[in-house]
Ligand binder design. Structure first.
Ligand SMILES: [Zn+2]
Length: 490
């Protein structure tokens, strides 16, 4: 069957982003040996078994810039990374899960510098790294070429067309080194994040500059039309089984509004190539670490995709696989049964994760989405006192399940550890919404539980965990809906 005729949602991608700025207690630490949260091969096999049971058939990871570099190739941490990925690939293949890595076309090293394809020696370096990594990750089934975020070049005349042309070269390199593998070309951004539109200082050499990152999202209709037209012309030059990731809209939430409507382009590409969504915003946001359940929008977006174009799947993002199993379970299902009732999905998940007595937990998890965050479109009509009461109710429910679990779903961590994590967050949110919370102490407890690994690292170029922690606490500090009557009872 031609790839372009795959059934809706047939490629269901578990995208575990474990990049250096997304480290936390619930994500594997793949880049800093000697620091906490390393996963053994056995941990990884259990994770693959879990996602396969949820319905995923692709495991995708970002070959992060720290690895995609000379240092990554030459250092023990890079060699261990390649070894472990090939071990995971062997196990994944045995349970029907394919391996996909994505990398920014030209984003290299710890400091996230973007090399310029128009500088011959920098282009040589880019192709050297692609050549080396496609050889080392020999268990790879799909190679994702990604514009950046971070990444993308607008120096020396680089545009989105440069990205499309040079990715075509790399796509053929991939086919030479990994003849079994196919390529996925990603259009992420407005489209093609940063290529030709990101701004920088006059003497810019491609360094990552946080203060300019927002300019990579500048949308320009003419740029979008020219670059997408160029992609349609160049696609026949790509290997024939190349898939293209294109969201419904050319914005960070994939919203198909006005000039940013990407659906006509998706339909045009689908005439010849498989299309997928790469909607990063649907599941967890970034760095908003607590139990997530954004199923209303997730399932609605799947139904929109199903109507819009013959999408054959897409990514489900996580940076917290050891905390957001519910979100992952629903994400895989959203591709298989887009019409499912989100509340029933959550109910079903907990009755399988904890046993029938745990099913009610599904009603509470969407309440955590009270904290505003990127990609979170949940609206909750609830006062502070009522919220506190609900969180206290969740604490009681989870407490009552201790020692009485009867799981029928493979989970990592084990259901009792997962239960303990949910309890931590339920208590944390209950205390934050209480009458006179000790905000500073609560902030410290959260940091210790979730992000303490950053106390052991040098300051990263993108230090957003601190801001994310402040964001949660600030929300409750500023939520003035104080109760008249207060009832601490169940
Ligand atoms: Zn350039």
């Amino acid at each position: 069957m031609p790839l372009s005729q795959l059934k809706f949602g047939s490629r269901r991608i578990y995208y575990n982003n474990f990049a250096e700025h997304l480290l936390n207690a619930y994500n594997p630490n793949m880049t800093y040996p000697g620091l906490p949260h390393r996963w053994s091969d056995e941990d990884w096999r259990a994770c693959i078994d879990m996602i396969a049971a949820f319905g995923f058939n692709v495991f995708e990871f970002w070959l992060v810039p720290r690895i995609f570099s000379r240092e990554g190739l030459g250092s023990p941490f890079g060699r261990e990374f390649a070894r472990q990925m090939n071990v995971i690939a062997e196990h994944a293949h045995g349970v029907g899960v394919k391996m996909e890595f994505i990398a920014g076309l030209a984003t290299i090293g710890d400091d996230w510098r973007t090399a310029c394809p128009h500088i011959p020696e920098e282009w040589d370096e880019i192709t050297y790294l692609w050549d080396q990594w496609t050889r080392r990750l020999s268990g790879t089934d799909i190679v994702g070429l990604y514009p950046g975020d971070p990444g993308g070049c607008s120096r020396n005349g680089c545009t989105a067309m440069t990205y499309i042309d040079r990715c075509c070269d790399v796509a053929h390199l991939v086919k030479r080194n990994l003849p079994r593998a196919s390529v996925e070309l990603c259009t992420w951004g407005p489209p093609f994040f940063a290529w030709g539109n990101i701004k920088g200082p006059a003497d810019w050499k491609g360094e990552f500059l946080p203060e300019y990152q927002h300019t990579a999202w500048d949308f320009d209709r003419k740029r979008a039309e020219e670059s997408m037209g160029h992609l349609l012309r160049r696609l026949p030059d790509y290997p024939p089984d190349t898939a293209v990731s294109i969201n419904l809209g050319f914005n960070s939430d994939g919203v198909p509004s006005g000039d940013q409507d990407a659906r006509p382009w998706a339909r045009a590409i689908a005439e010849t190539n498989a299309i997928l969504t790469w909607d990063f915003s649907l599941t967890e946001g970034e760095n908003a670490i607590f139990p997530h359940c954004r199923f209303e929008r997730l399932f609605a977006q799947r139904r929109l995709e199903r109507e819009a174009a013959p999408y054959s799947g897409g990514i489900c993002f996580t940076m917290t696989p050891r905390l957001n199993q519910l979100s992952l379970y629903g994400s895989a299902l959203s591709f298989q049964v887009p019409d499912a009732d989100p509340a029933a999905v959550a109910h079903d998940f907990f009755s399988r994760a904890f046993g029938p007595g745990g099913a009610e937990a599904g009603r509470f998890i969407p309440l955590f989405e009270i904290v505003p965050d990127w990609g979170n479109h949940v609206t909750l009509d609830i006062g502070r006192e009522a919220f506190h009461g609900k969180m206290t109710g969740l604490v009681d429910l989870l407490e009552s399940l201790r020692g009485r679990l009867s799981p029928s779903l493979p989970l990592i961590p084990s259901p009792d550890v997962y239960l303990a994590e949910l309890l931590f967050f339920a208590r944390f949110f209950a205390e934050l919404s209480g009458r006179s919370p000790e905000y500073d102490a609560l902030r410290a407890a959260y940091w210790k539980r979730v992000y303490a690994i950053y106390d052991l690292l040098p300051r990263h170029v993108d230090p957003r965990p601190h801001a994310a922690t402040d964001n949660i606490v600030r929300f409750f500090r500023e939520w003035k809906d104080a109760p008249i009557e207060w009832n601490h009872g169940p």
